[in-house]
Unconditional design. Structure first.
Length: 366
């Protein structure tokens, strides 16, 4: 048996409305804490709702070596038979530095599950020397796609006309990364090899990916507030991550173009059933983009929809030990690029602060 975790937030009942309220809350206590060592990041396990555990590794930063360890933990738990409905864990989702496990309390005590996770973590191998079978996938991309620009126009007209990323997301990316021209944004996206580190970021198997080479890591803010409309399969950058939108809908990544569907479904006039794995990409795929014009992209999109066109894919291997981490020494030109990007981002933030102060000064005094 087990008790529900303590409430994260309690709002007492009242008989009168209040005009302001301030609340604070803490994360739930860890069920498991594995301290970090010189050779292995630390690990924690906490409740995430009534029937889930959130497993987190390392500090809250982008670290591909930690992503590799999360995958190896998932593989170790699978090998031990712990990630299965019969074991009381019907759901599992890998994240960038986390693993979310859904558990059935009638089958397994969450404290016991946390202990098993800790044992598996200590048994996971060092990523050095581990090679994964992966795929190299080349996808077409139409930079400056008209539908992407239509999403920008709708946002400027109806959501936030004075947003720093209006009217042109690519110009915003150029500015906050200290680049000389819009074309440099497209050149970096084209040169980069992206590592797919998660799926389902924004609906229907949408990949979240990051460039393997830190010199290709463009960094941006997300929309605030988000867009209300994004074209299906738009390609955007948020933070250091790239995403392909799996369907039409809202979104917040800065848009650079559009590609082909990442969610496979049978043609409209087909009697075929949906594929067993309808998502196009897989975790740890190596993704590259090949520029095409708008008309060619439309032809490719139609061909993929009716099954007459496929993408270029080839099997390869990924050496987990070769993934760059925060402590990996960088070439001088990459260090210079990073410093210029950080300076440009800082200057942009200073402009936002100045604009906000000027707006406050112009506001009517009560």
């Amino acid at each position: 048996t087990w008790d529900r975790p303590d409430a994260l937030l309690t709002v007492p009942a009242t008989t009168t409305a209040t005009t302001t309220a301030t609340t604070t809350w803490d994360r739930p206590d860890a069920l498991l804490t594995v301290p970090a060592t010189a050779s292995r990041p630390g690990l924690t396990a906490r409740f995430s709702g009534d029937h889930h555990l959130l497993i987190e590794a390392g500090p809250a930063r982008l670290d591909l070596t930690v992503r590799a360890r999360i995958h190896l933990l998932h593989r170790e738990l699978t090998a031990r038979g712990l990630l299965a409905p019969s074991a009381g864990v019907p759901e599992n989702v890998e994240g960038v530095r986390s693993l979310l496990l859904g558990f059935d309390p009638s089958r397994i005590d969450p404290h016991r599950l946390a202990e098993q996770i800790g044992d598996a973590w200590l048994a996971t191998p060092d990523p050095a020397g581990v090679e994964l079978p992966v795929r190299e996938v080349t996808m077409p991309i139409c930079f400056d796609d008209p539908d992407a620009h239509e999403a920008m126009r709708r946002y400027q007209r109806g959501v936030r006309p004075d947003a720093p990323w209006c009217p042109d997301n690519v110009e915003f990316i150029r500015r906050v990364n200290g680049l000389g021209s819009r074309d440099e944004v497209f050149e970096i996206v084209q040169k980069a090899t992206y590592l797919v580190i998660g799926l389902g970021d924004v609906y229907l198997g949408a990949p979240v990916a990051v460039p393997l080479d830190p010199a290709h890591r463009l960094v941006t803010t997300k929309y605030d507030p988000p867009r209300t409309w994004t074209p299906e399969n738009a390609v955007g950058i948020g933070g250091a991550y790239l995403c392909v939108y799996g369907m039409e809908g809202p979104g917040g990544y800065q848009l650079v173009g559009r590609t082909v569907p990442v969610w496979r479904k049978p043609p409209p006039d087909s009697t075929q059933s949906a594929p067993a794995d309808p998502w196009l990409l897989r975790t740890f795929d190596l993704l590259r983009f090949e520029p095409v014009g708008h008309d060619e992209l439309m032809e490719l999109r139609a061909g993929i929809a009716d099954g007459s066109v496929g993408l270029h894919m080839r099997p390869t291997t990924l050496d987990l030990g070769a993934l760059p981490g925060p402590e990996t020494p960088l070439p001088a030109e990459t260090v210079d690029f990073t410093r210029r990007r950080e300076a440009a981002f800082a200057a942009e933030r200073a402009r936002w602060a100045e604009a906000a102060a000027a707006k406050t000064d112009r506001s009517p005094k009560s």
